[in-house]
Design a protein around this ligand. Structure first.
Ligand code: GLC
Ligand code: MG
Length: 475
């Protein structure tokens, strides 16, 4: 994959990078922070959504590319992604920010979310840094749209590009207000990029042309791109006095290079990173100890980087075989939820011993009068539901069966009680089911290190992911 980039303006948001004329057409070193100079940063609704949830600066903000970075398309079991999910929900969700930054349009991004067990990010940057949305409901950042409108005329961009017979228009879904995308053969890409840049310059348009994957050619406003979008977000947080304590950017290919150019971020190039990103690094960021090339693939490389830079806990609960003799660094209600559903998966996959001791210990973690409202609406006794697990030991052994939780957020509602909300997902064979879950749990002793007691669990089907057979849905 090669990335070509036309550079047309003189200011730079990214740290000074050694000027190498050969590089100009190769890497997305963005150079037009016109938005930063001309547009005061306003608090947008989206940032409010994020800040209201966090209350304090994010402890860690992870900004990750998706294809071949967070998502490993060669990992059919999605294990590294599921390991990351467990780590994030147990240790980071409550006080940190997850940002996905993808080349995909909203349409293809949503398709990927249906295919892979992905978490819900706090912020989604799509279409190569041209669309920013916040929260689960994906509230768009209109301020960013205004920034990108400057010196951008989509019609001229498209019309001029259509005169190049080497360019084949990508699918309609991938044509976005600030992104016009084509396919072009590798050997023609550099010449086309150069010629196009000249044409646009004559029109007074400041565009950025990025060639990716040996086939994709994206034309964006000069101020767009993954790095510029991140710089824009960081500036917003700074204005609000809420800059993340640490930021980790994660990528695998040339159009992620911009992310690694943002000052003060840590960066991980996953082990499977493309040659052009490694080359960009060798030529521009070598001695930068804040950037590593992981020895692990995709999400496992991200976990590795969290450990390497000491950004916080880096032991995914999914990797812990037996919690009974594991001392948690930082017990919290989120961790309790992750732990419970991992046990549930391993029990049904027969990956823990078929021992009554386990169920007894689970029951000991339930209030004797605790209740469970099944998504069918039937109310049951929580300890009875744990008993009900006995007959399901190993029923998913050797089968495709995975369980994960998403968006686990706890609100303290009493001195020792939390209301925990999350989505619980189950992949069984080809089918995926999910529930919106609310749990009330309380700490066993004067502080959380004594563990938690489950008091009430209430589930309702997630629209579009209802289970057909209520009887096989335990929790
Ligand atoms: C994604 C997008 C495509 C784009 C490519 C490279 O595959 O769907 O439109 O050209 O990323 O950025
Ligand atoms: Mg990628």
């Amino acid at each position: 994959m090669y990335t070509f980039q036309s550079l047309t303006s003189s200011h730079s948001l990214v740290p000074p990078i050694p000027q190498n004329p050969n590089l100009k057409l190769h890497f997305p070193i963005t150079s037009n922070p016109s938005f930063a100079l001309k547009f005061p940063v306003q608090v947008c609704v989206g940032i409010r959504i994020i800040m209201d949830r966090l209350k304090a600066p994010a402890r860690l903000m992870i900004v990750s590319d998706l294809d071949h970075t967070m998502v490993d398309h060669h990992d059919t079991e999605n294990l590294s992604l599921l390991r990351f999910n467990s780590l994030w929900e147990a240790n980071y969700r409550h006080d940190s920010l997850l940002v996905f930054s993808t080349g995909r349009s909203p349409t293809l991004y949503k398709e990927l979310r249906k295919e892979k067990p992905m978490l819900t990010p706090d912020i989604t940057i799509m279409s190569v840094g041209t669309e920013i949305t916040y929260g689960n409901s994906m509230v768009p950042d209109d301020g960013w749209v205004e920034v990108l409108n400057k010196k951008w005329d989509r019609n001229v961009v498209k019309e001029e590009a259509s005169k190049f017979s080497e360019l084949k228009l990508q699918a309609e879904t991938e044509q976005r207000p600030h992104k016009v995308s084509f396919y072009v053969e590798k050997d023609k890409a550099q010449a086309v990029t150069k010629a196009l840049s000249e044409v646009y310059e004559k029109h007074g348009l400041e565009v950025k042309i990025i060639y990716s994957g040996g086939m994709d050619l994206d034309i964006l406003p000069q101020g767009a791109g993954k790095g510029q979008a991140l710089a824009y977000l960081l500036k917003k947080f700074k204005t609000e006095g809420s800059s993340p304590v640490n930021t980790l950017v994660c990528g695998d290919s040339g159009n992620d290079a911009e992310l690694f150019s943002i000052p003060e971020v840590y960066g991980v190039m996953v082990s499977n990173a493309q040659e052009e990103l490694l080359q960009w690094h060798a030529e521009n960021a070598k001695g930068n100890t804040r950037i590593i090339h992981a020895t692990e693939r995709c999400a496992a490389g991200i976990i590795q980087a969290i450990g390497h830079f000491k950004l916080g806990p880096n032991m995914p609960p999914r990797d812990i075989a037996d919690f009974s003799d594991y001392k948690l660094e930082n017990p919290n209600p989120g961790h309790e939820v992750v732990k419970f559903f991992l046990f549930y998966e391993k029990w049904r996959r027969a990956e823990v011993e078929n021992s009554a001791v386990y169920l007894a210990s689970l029951k000991a973690d339930c209030c004797p009068s605790g209740t469970f409202v099944h998504p069918s609406g039937v109310e049951q006794s929580l300890p009875e539901c744990i008993n009900g697990l006995r007959s399901s030991y190993g029923d998913k052994q050797g089968k495709q069966f995975r369980v994960w939780v998403d968006g686990v957020l706890a609100t303290q509602v009493g001195s020792d009680t939390w209301l925990v909300k999350f989505d619980k997902w189950e992949l069984s064979g080809e089918e995926r089911h999910a529930t919106k879950t609310t749990a009330v749990i309380s700490s066993k002793g004067s502080d959380v290190s004594y563990g938690f007691t489950w008091i009430r669990v209430h589930q309702t089907w997630y629209k579009g992911y209802e289970g057909k057979d209520d009887t096989t849905w335990h929790f």
